[in-house]
Ligand binder design. Sequence first.
Ligand SMILES: Cc1ncc(COP(=O)(O)O)c(C=O)c1O
Length: 399
Amino acid sequence: MSDVFRVSRRVQQIRISATKLMPMLAARVGGCVSLGQGVPSFRTPEHIVEAVCRALRDKADAGRYTLQPGMPALREAIAADLAARKGYMVNPDSEVGVTVGAMEALLMALLTVVDRGDEVIIPSPGYASHAEQVLMAEGVPVHVPLRADDWGLDVDAIRAAVTPRTRAVIVCNPGNPTGTVYDDADVRALCELALERNIMLISDETYDYMVYGGGEPLSPASLPEMRRHVIVVNSFSKKYALTGWRVGYCAADAAWMGELLKVHDAAAICAPAVSQYAALAALTGPQDCVDDMRAALSARRNLACARLDAMAPHFDYVQPRGAFYIMARYTFTDAPSDMVARRLLEEGRVITVPGASFGPTGERHLRLSFGMEEAELDEAFDRMAAWTQRVVASGGLGG
Ligand SMILES: Cc1ncc(COP(=O)(O)O)c(C=O)c1O
């Protein structure tokens, strides 16, 4: 007789990402400091908390399901924000969907666009969950290396990787885990390729606000000719210190949105009402909290880079221009990144994320997040430097 415990092929293929596993391992080890998960240390801004408390007290609907695509006022605020920041004009009634974080929006996009066996190009290293979600949609992730010298978008390599089965490219700009901001010219070249070969772009813009020195990267959605070829995904998590509230959105041409929302309905019905109130207060309220967080992250980036510079020649890296991650390449051992990250956690009590979990191009790197406060950053780098010295002095990791 066959066993009832038979896991679907879909789920057999996927894994919990190392970004989430490392803190679980750290909880067992105890006493760790984190350069791991991308959670900035900031508290949810006071005016957002206040607005949600007021809504819970005064609004009868604050504890109920909202309309399936999201609260109308929030969709209007999102459409206005997209128009102002990116010149992307969407109809809030038919082209915006509020989601359970960017994560649900990405999954909606992939489940809607990808059929079994379709190929999805992921510039590599890339956000680990992108590949897992492609697998969940029964697609085939195709990792195409970013440029080796600056982690830039290698459009020629992407072009060479396109096959008749290529269905989509995931663009994450600024990039997690590399902190790259792609050149506008490269984004334009990718858009031309997408139009020429009829490929969808899934544009993950979670970190669009976080460019050091200001400005925003070019969104493919800013180009009117891309309207039917792009699904925009965005998040309130990092920009407004709302990671735990689980709220984000997708925006796309009405033809796509009608289909995307079917997945949303089947998966979540709607995003949490309280979190939608939080997102509305975030978008329509004062923006100095974003400026303050950006300034703090900028100082933390300088600190993290200085600390890594002091660890040369054992580490090198490309300075991030956006987001709050550094892919640090280690040169003191040939051991795989899984092992290096695990040993650093167990022996040095520092959480990092193994580079290989972001695709094959990430091997021999550790992803370091510098979202935490400066004192914790300093402590983490002190421990990492001391552990590296011990490893080097003892002649390597030695199995
Ligand atoms: C590139 C990228 N996309 C999406 C997400 C998920 O965002 P959310 O919290 O809105 O689901 C993250 C979170 O780290 C991310 O780094």
